[in-house]
Design a protein around this ligand. Structure first.
Ligand SMILES: Nc1ncnc2c1ncn2[C@@H]1O[C@H](COP(=O)(O)OP(=O)(O)OP(=O)(O)O)[C@@H](O)[C@H]1O
Ligand SMILES: [Mg+2]
Length: 234
C-alpha cells in the first residue's frame, strides 16, 4: 500500500541508474517506517478524512489521508498554509513535510504532535485524560478567539472547518488549532471566504469560524460545568 512514493532527488544524483537504486531502497525504508508506525504505535485520532499516528514518545506525528475525495486542499497546500500560520505565530503544530505516493492515493502530512486532546474528545468523554488543573474555559476561548482573529485579520486565512475535533487542549490548558484541509487564503476583498464554488454554477456555504467558536464555547461551558472534579473555573 505504501509503495511508490514520489521522491525528490538531490541535485548531486545525476545518473539514472543511481536514481533507480535509491528509489528501490528509499521505498523499502518508507515501507519499513510505515509498518512500524502503523503497528505498535500510537493512534492519536481519527477524522472524516484522516488518521493520525505517532511513534511512541515521539514528538512528531503523521496525518494519513484516507479519504482524499473529501479534502479541499491536498497535503502540500495544507502544509503551505500551516507554514504561513506557524510563521505568523498562530498556535498550531509545527509543520514538517508532506509526501505523496505516485498514484496520489496515499498522502501524508508530517507535523509536531500536540500533547493533549481535541475539545471534541473532552466533550464526548472519549479519553481518560482529565482537563488540566485549573483549566479556565473563558480564558481558553478568549485565547482561541484571539488567534482566529489574527488568522483572519493579519494573515487573511480562514479555517472554515473549526469544529470541536479541530481544536485541541494541551496539558497546560492552551488551545491549538489543527486540520487546515478546508482553509483558504485566496479570495478577493469583495468575496465571502465561506462561499466555495464547487462545479460551475454551484457553491457550498461553509460554516463561519466565529460562529463555530461560539457554539463550541456554549457546549464546553455546559459540559465542563457538569464536571465534578471542582478544579475547573467556568
Ligand atoms: N498534531 C496532532 N497532534 C496530536 N493529535 C492530532 C494532531 N493532529 C490531529 N490529531 C488528532 O487526530 C484527529 C484527526 O485529525 P484531523 O482533524 O487532522 O483529521 P480529519 O480527518 O481532517 O478531520 P475532520 O473530521 O475534521 O475532517 C484530531 O481530531 C486529533 O484528535
Ligand atoms: Mg479534523
Amino acid at each position: 500500500m505504501y509503495q511508490g512514493f514520489e521522491i525528490k532527488y538531490s541535485d548531486r544524483i545525476t545518473e539514472d541508474k543511481e536514481r533507480q537504486d535509491i528509489e528501490v531502497k528509499a521505498e523499502r525504508l518508507i515501507n519499513k517506517y510505515m509498518e512500524k508506525l502503523l503497528k505498535g504505535n500510537e493512534h492519536l485520532g481519527t477524522g472524516l478524512k484522516a488518521e493520525v499516528f505517532s511513534l511512541v514518545e515521539s514528538s512528531i506525528c503523521v496525518k494519513i489521508i484516507v479519504k482524499p475525495d473529501l479534502c479541499f486542499n491536498n497535503v502540500e497546500q495544507e502544509l503551505k498554509l500551516m507554514d504561513k500560520l506557524y510563521a505568523g505565530g498562530i498556535n498550531i503544530p509545527r509543520p514538517l513535510g508532506a509526501a505523496y505516493s505516485i498514484d496520489h492515493k496515499v498522502s501524508l502530512l508530517f507535523m509536531e504532535r500536540v500533547n493533549g486532546s481535541s475539545v471534541e474528545d473532552f466533550l464526548l468523554d472519549k479519553n481518560l485524560t482529565e482537563l488540566p488543573q485549573g483549566f479556565e474555559v473563558e480564558k481558553f476561548f478568549a485565547s482561541l478567539q484571539k488567534q482566529v482573529n489574527k488568522m483572519h485579520e493579519v494573515l487573511g486565512i480562514h479555517h472554515r472547518d473549526l469544529h470541536a475535533g479541530n481544536v485541541m487542549i494541551d496539558v497546560d490548558g492552551q488551545p491549538w488549532i489543527i486540520d487546515f484541509d478546508k482553509s483558504t487564503e485566496h479570495y478577493f476583498a469583495n468575496e465571502d471566504p465561506y462561499i466555495q464554488a464547487t462545479i460551475p454554477g454551484h457553491y457550498e456555504k461553509l460554516p463561519q469560524d466565529n460562529h463555530l467558536i461560539k457554539e463550541m464555547k456554549k457546549d464546553a461551558i455546559k459540559h465542563f460545568s457538569k464536571e465534578k472534579e471542582g478544579n475547573i473555573n467556568v
